[in-house]
Design a binder for this molecule. Structure first.
Ligand code: NAD
Length: 476
């Protein structure tokens, strides 16, 4: 476990100041540790990406597509190991770890297809003016830094790596220090496929390593997924250098339930939106807006459904929900339980840490939460659901939009015209109607307002790594 950084096609030992401890959250115990990459090693990784860029961007789109298909295939070959590692290091139930792996595979396959379509996008532009021709080129942005969090390690990295490599960019990836082993698979796959040295580099570390990358003047772009506090530092570094940045940040998303819904079905969607990955989702629908006419029937069933979730160690028990992934996150969620008690919130379910080893909390429901409560306004990043009642469609839209975030939302209604109308009025990047949070590689991911800048997935995810050039010629 000592050679944990992949720089210029070689695995090297970290020379940084921080020791990274990799934990099993179900036991609350470390199972691996290694040294972070130093600032000098980040320099080496950026330099390697820079020297690999001319050759990589000159490869044909179909060569790059073949590498991307290779990544998908090799992820499939490592299936069992990657599922087990996500279960052990993230605390994900098996079915969730499987879905993450499938999502990463689908992402590489999708961007392989988009890479193959690239030559057809280099076309002439019809001009109204006579005597000139113009053509479009979509060029790679260049050397890109990619910084990602711990909640969906395989997925958030795939959403950046696949389109960046498809576009012809070379990259330096910095995974989260909480889950640093999972994305090592991408370096091992690069080795196995014979990806040219320096095209993909991986440096592990904490804030020091992340800041060394985001401040680096050798990057052409930085793409960041993580918290708003770090995102704003990353944006500051980008602004100091007038450099493009993509930010995928936090959320405090609403699920709006109208009174024409089937109660049991609505409960299923609500529970999925707050308990998947133990609520550690940027897209968790942690604000429930429930219409007056259905609230009294729905809330007791929701309480029962949350209390019936099987919470435990995914490696040894049949579970619906695992532990929180880190001790820091566990302490953070516990601090919100304390705030809820101080604020006198009405707790219908949970509201406490589990009395066992590891970083477990109970699925939690607070009702009639005031709009000014910190639990209603702040991202908690745990299985903590806050509910409020509403009377009219207008009130539901106003309350759902009354947030500094704008990532996603869910609308549940049997009246599909109304559901579509409400979806159109919500100030977010993605809305689900009568659904769990199904994410498709063809549709975009990203938010409005404080949830970020830019979009991942779909053709927008590829555009994020492309620079548009036009060549105009005078026919003389
Ligand atoms: P975080 O901001 O603490 O860390 C994210 C990454 O930034 C990690 O790799 C970390 O090491 C690195 N980092 C830390 N300090 C840094 C610095 N000063 N400079 C540069 N990099 C630094 O976030 P987290 O706790 O890992 O993840 C949780 C957050 O991520 C939540 O807010 C969640 O909503 C958000 N998130 C957003 C999306 C999305 O698509 N919008 C997806 C997943 C997670």
């Amino acid at each position: 476990m000592t050679n944990s950084h992949y720089i210029a096609g070689r695995w090297v030992e970290g020379q940084g100041n921080d020791c990274i401890s990799v934990n099993d959250p179900a036991l609350g115990q470390p199972f691996a540790e290694f040294m972070a990459a130093s600032v000098a090693q980040v320099d080496q990784a950026v330099a390697a990406a820079r020297s690999a860029l001319p050759a990589w961007k000159s490869t044909s789109a179909s060569e790059r597509a073949a590498f991307l298909r290779g990544f998908a295939e090799q992820l499939g070959q490592r299936r069992e190991a990657l599922i087990a590692l996500q279960m052990r290091n993230n605390g994900k139930p098996r079915h969730e770890a499987e879905i993450d792996l499938d999502d990463a595979i689908a992402t590489f396959c999708y961007y392989a297809e988009l890479a193959e379509q690239l030559p057809a996008k280099h076309r002439d532009v019809p001009l109204a003016a006579p005597g000139f021709t113009a053509r479009t080129r979509l060029e790679p942005v260049g050397v890109v830094g990619l910084i990602v969090p711990w909640n969906f390690p395989l997925v958030t990295s795939a959403w950046k790596l696949a389109p960046a490599l498809a576009a012809g960019c070379t990259v330096v990836l910095k995974p989260s220090e909480v889950t640093p082993l999972i994305e090592q698979a991408y370096g091992q796959i690069a080795d196995a496929l014979g990806l040219p040295a320096g095209v993909l580099n991986i440096v592990n570390g904490k804030a020091e390593t992340g800041a060394a990358l985001s401040n680096h003047n050798g990057l052409d772009k930085l793409s960041f997924t993580g918290s708003n506090s770090v995102g704003s530092q990353v944006m500051r570094s980008a602004s100091a250098q007038c450099r493009p940045v993509t930010l995928e940040l936090g959320g405090k998303s609403a699920i709006v339930v109208f009174d024409d819904c089937d109660v049991d079905q609505a409960v299923e969607w609500i529970v999925a939106g707050i308990s998947w990955n133990a609520g550690q989702m940027c897209s968790a629908t942690s604000r429930l807006l429930v219409q007056d006419g259905i609230a009294d029937a729905l809330l007791p069933r929701l309480q029962a459904a949350l209390e019936n979730l099987r919470v435990g160690n995914p490696l040894t028990e049949e579970v619906d929900m695992g532990p929180l992934t880190s001790q820091a996150q566990w302490l953070k969620v516990a601090s919100y339980f304390a705030t809820a008690r101080e604020e006198g919130l009405q707790c219908l379910a949970g509201g406490k840490a589990l009395d066992r080893d590891g970083w477990f909390v109970s699925p939690t429901l607070y009702t009639d939460v005031p709009k000014h409560s910190r639990l209603w306004t702040e991202e908690i990043f745990g299985p903590v659901l806050c509910a409020r009642r509403f009377a009219s469609e207008e009130q539901a839209i106003t309350e759902a939009n009354d947030s500094r975030f704008g990532l996603v939302a869910t609308v549940c209604s049997a009246d599909l015209d109304r559901a579509e109308r409400v979806a159109d009025a919500l100030e977010v990047g993605h809305v689900w109607i009568n659904s769990v949070q199904a994410v498709f590689v063809e549709t975009s991911w990203g938010g409005t307002k404080g949830s970020g800048i830019g979009r991942e997935l779909g053709p927008w995810g590829l555009s994020a790594y492309q620079s548009v050039k036009h060549v105009t010629r005078c026919l003389g």
